[in-house]
Design a protein around this ligand. Structure first.
Ligand code: SF4
Ligand code: SF4
Ligand code: SF4
Length: 420
């Protein structure tokens, strides 16, 4: 057990590791030393800006909805900027929007009804299909991940990609621009911060990371790490080859997509998979395992560590102006950040040599709040300017903007479902 190894370190009497030893192996730390991101005055201004933006997004169709959105997201912004931790609010917001997304999706499916679902898939929201083949085509599901990827796939493969492929969406250049511009802008501004703050599936995985005990150390997949001045080794992050699985998956999806002339996301889309039941069942089993079971047991975002979509977003990570950095002068190599990181993005090399996490970092801020030396923060890329106070309001505002669709769908369909 990791706990035993920590106890061994404590017994060794090395004061260097005392901080780590008092941290529970659950990944839930009880003591935070991080500085608030900004002054009270600036936090109030940022909260007012995010609140006003959310009111504008949500006040139609109900004024009360706008007020609620403004109050909750404004409060979330203020708290995240002034508190000595970011996890509780970030997780609460992300998981809340994930629940709304799932609820909105199931509301739509229930509204359509099981009997007409396949017909709906076939007739109304068909993106492409092969002429003469009994294929249902692919829907535009209400998914923040799927929408731009479907669009991108269509843009990539084009109507002439394969004889017999008929493209139904986007119906116009305006539609293409409407979806692609926000998604590309989000990916460029936040990089994998998308995964930490916006992706509903990432929020689903985080929901399953709840609870307090780590039961699975997963020794075979993790490195046995000995600190440079340490007397004992302990389990560190993941082995590089395990993290690289996602690039293999991304390449495989890309090749399958190119070979079959289908948008990449369609390969893992439920409407595509219902046509190939055994692949669909396999996919569901893998999702349950890595998005629910393993995250619950390990408190790490396993689905996201292996997600090919995350790997693709990582390709534009270097364009994002926001970057987690370590002040190597102040760092005392306690490795608390490595233990706390839900993505295994803080590696020994990142801490000792590079001074920044690897590309898997989703900018969740966990390492900032657990560092006892206050030497981790979010910086403007290539500078020493701390920008957590800019990132947080921007990320919360963008998150709200991505989920307006789902909230409205849920509100509008609920009366139909309840027969009101
Ligand atoms: S890694 Fe994939 S599932 Fe996880 S948050 Fe990113 S896009 Fe979403
Ligand atoms: S390195 Fe820090 S900010 Fe990045 S994923 Fe890990 S804990 Fe979160
Ligand atoms: S950055 Fe902070 S938490 Fe990470 S090893 Fe250095 S002192 Fe420890």
């Amino acid at each position: 057990m990791e706990l035993d190894q920590q106890a061994t370190l404590q017994d060794s009497g090395s004061s260097t590791y005392m901080t780590r030893v008092i941290l529970p192996s659950t990944g839930h730390h009880t003591r935070f030393s991080m500085e608030p991101a900004t002054s009270t005055r600036n936090a109030v201004i940022a909260a007012a800006a995010v609140g006003g933006f959310c009111f504008y997004l949500f006040f139609r169709p109900y004024l009360l909805l706008g007020v609620l959105a403004a109050a909750s997201m404004g409060a979330a912004t203020f708290w995240t900027l002034r508190a000595r931790e970011v996890q509780h609010v970030r997780r609460t917001v992300l998981i809340t929007f994930s629940i709304i997304t799932w609820a909105g999706t199931f509301a739509i499916l229930a509204w359509i009804g099981p009997s007409s679902l396949v017909k709906w898939v076939a007739d109304h929201l068909r993106v492409y299909y092969f002429q003469g083949m009994p294929m249902y085509g692919t829907t535009i599901i209400p998914c923040t991940r799927a929408l731009p990827e479907i669009t991108l796939g269509i843009a990539m493969y084009g109507q002439e990609a394969q004889p017999g492929v008929i493209l139904k969406w986007p119906s116009s250049l305006v539609m293409l621009i409407m979806v692609m511009v926000p998604f590309v802008a989000t990916a460029v501004v936040f990089g994998r911060g998308w995964c930490g703050w916006m992706c509903f599936f990432g929020g689903t995985v985080e929901a399953f990371m709840s609870g307090s005990k780590i039961h699975w150390p997963l020794r075979r997949w993790r490195m046995n790490f000995t600190p440079p001045d340490g007397e004992a080794s302990f389990l560190g992050g993941l082995k590089e080859e395990v993290k690289d699985i996602k690039y293999g998956l991304a390449l495989a999806l890309l090749l399958i997509g190119l070979g079959a002339a289908v948008p990449i996301i369609c390969i893992v889309c439920w409407t595509f998979l219902i046509q190939y039941l055994w692949i669909g069942l396999l996919f569901i089993a893998a999702t349950v395992l890595f998005a629910m079971v393993v995250p619950f047991m390990t408190k790490k975002r396993w689905f996201c560590i292996l997600c090919p979509v995350g790997a693709m977003i990582g390709l534009v990570e270097s364009l994002s102006p926001f970057r987690i950095k370590i002040d190597k002068e102040k760092c005392d190599k306690c490795y608390d950040c490595m233990r706390a990181c839900p993505m295994y993005a803080m590696t020994p090399k990142a801490i000792e040599e590079k001074g920044k996490p690897v590309l898997d970092c989703v900018k969740c801020g966990r390492c900032i709040e657990v560092c006892p030396k206050e030497c981790v923060d979010l910086y403007l890329r290539g500078t020493n300017m701390k920008v957590r106070s800019w990132f947080v309001p921007l990320a919360l505002g963008a998150t709200a903007a991505w989920y307006v669709w789902f909230v409205f769908a849920l509100i509008q369909l609920t009366p139909h479902l309840l027969g009101i």
